[in-house]
Write a protein that binds this ligand. Structure first.
Ligand SMILES: Cc1ncc(COP(=O)(O)O)c(C=O)c1O
Length: 407
């Protein structure tokens, strides 16, 4: 079986619009994915039929909103194979999820402790740890990548040691598309640094395959709704219950307490203790709708389609004069980062946009990685399930035109 891409496209209203008088070719999916009608309907339905605050069930609507909101948590827990639904903490997105962990860790790290990250981090999983280390006087160790954009796994193994207290790494690199062998890497951590905790930045990994947090054996997995066909402003921090149970509270206020006096307070149980204030109720319901929608698809079909798009781009790009592919690790998702001799990525982005083709240009929130690669930035086309081989071809025709205009 394969994906019925035209039928899928019909579920995404935005894909039928025009930009600058041209049909939209949306190739910026690593920045954010588009939303199917099922997700849009779920958001509208919540606000139209049961908008109310949750966990304050003095009336019917509040009970219904709470039921839907907590059901959304169950949907996510099952999707990522969490051990318990209480391990799913709602956040505003990957960035906030990682910050909750890094801020908590900053209180626990001691001078001389080591935190391990990789050269391919998004700033969200780098600046957080760099600042936590600064706060605690800990050492940030950065595992190098190979020239093809794959992680240097031998260097990873020689970096993790008994001083390692935390390892934070991406499931998939947003700038290169590299898929890290996180399960095997976590086993290395368990063996060489049994007391270390591991966080996987799943911002890019979540929409491209099966995520099973128990099989991975990580301690935290962070992701955003908007990269998974869901709404912006909502995301998830999954944490192992035994770790989350006494994780430092990061936000205090309503909903997260057990008891309060004028002088002191005690914290409630998971998941509420890490979710102060009125949550993004519609967002949680929206992300669950996105997951339910996504689960109708066959993961093998999703992956095969994305690989076909990537392969088409790689083959077409190989004979495109002056084009240099950035990142060709053996295991990668449909992220096609490149540079074109004589053309600044920003100019390419602008000229493609005039042809209705949306890509991302710049450093992709990975400045140190760009330095490591010796480029100021890249142009990046990132593919999703609703993209077509015709759109890949349109990208290259658009690049031909852009190159002619810049010549
Ligand atoms: C690998 C990676 N980590 C973290 C983030 C941050 O995600 P958000 O902006 O949704 O918090 C992104 C966003 O592009 C990303 O690609």
């Amino acid at each position: 079986m394969s994906l019925d891409v035209q039928a899928l496209r019909a579920e995404f209203p935005i894909l039928s619009r025009e930009v600058h008088g041209k049909p939209l070719v949306y190739l910026d999916n690593a920045a954010t994915t588009q939303k199917p009608q099922a997700v849009i309907d779920a958001l509208v339905d919540f606000y139209s039929t049961c908008n109310s605050n949750v966990h304050r069930g003095a009336h019917y609507l509040s009970d219904e909103a709470t039921r839907r909101y907590e059901h959304a948590r169950t949907v996510i827990a099952e999707f990522i194979h969490a051990n318990a639904r209480e391990e799913v903490i709602w956040t505003s997105g990957t960035t906030e999820s990682i910050n909750i962990v890094a801020k908590g860790m900053a209180e626990r790290l001691q001078a001389g402790d080591e935190v391990v990250v990789t050269e391919m981090e998004h700033h969200a999983n780098l600046v957080t740890w760099q600042q936590a280390c600064k706060h605690a006087g800990a050492v940030l160790r950065v595992v190098p990548i190979l020239d093809n954009g794959a992680l240097d796994e031998a260097a990873f193994a020689s970096t993790v040691n008994s001083a390692t207290k935390f390892v934070a790494m991406p499931h998939v690199s947003n700038a290169l598309g590299t898929v890290n062998a996180v399960q095997a890497l976590i086993q290395v951590v368990r063996k060489q640094a049994p007391n270390a905790l591991v966080l996987i930045d799943g911002a890019q990994g979540i929409a491209h395959g099966n995520v099973d947090v128990q099989a991975l054996d990580c301690d935290f997995y962070a992701f955003s709704g908007h990269k998974l066909f869901g709404p912006t402003g909502v995301g998830v921090l999954w944490g192992r219950r035994s770790v989350l149970e006494d994780w430092p509270v990061w936000l205090t206020g309503g909903e997260m307490i057990a008891t309060v006096s004028y002088q002191d307070a005690t914290w409630g149980a998971l998941p509420n203790r890490l979710e102060a204030g009125t949550p993004n109720i519609a967002g949680a319901i929206g992300i669950a709708a996105a997951v339910t929608w996504f689960q109708q698809l066959n993961v093998a079909d999703v992956q095969a389609h994305e690989q076909a798009l990537l392969q088409a781009a790689v083959e077409r790009g190989a004979t495109f004069e002056g084009l240099k592919l950035i990142g060709n690790a053996p295991n990668k998702i449909g992220v096609y980062s490149f540079n074109l001799t004589g053309a600044h990525p920003a100019d390419l982005g602008f000229l493609l946009d005039r042809q209705g083709i949306a890509i991302r240009t710049g450093d992709h929130c990975a400045q140190p990685l760009m330095d490591r690669l010796g480029v100021p930035g890249t142009a990046r086309a990132s593919f999703s399930i609703y993209n077509t081989l015709d759109e890949v071809e349109l990208l290259f025709r658009g690049l031909e035109k852009a190159r002619d205009m810049l010549a």
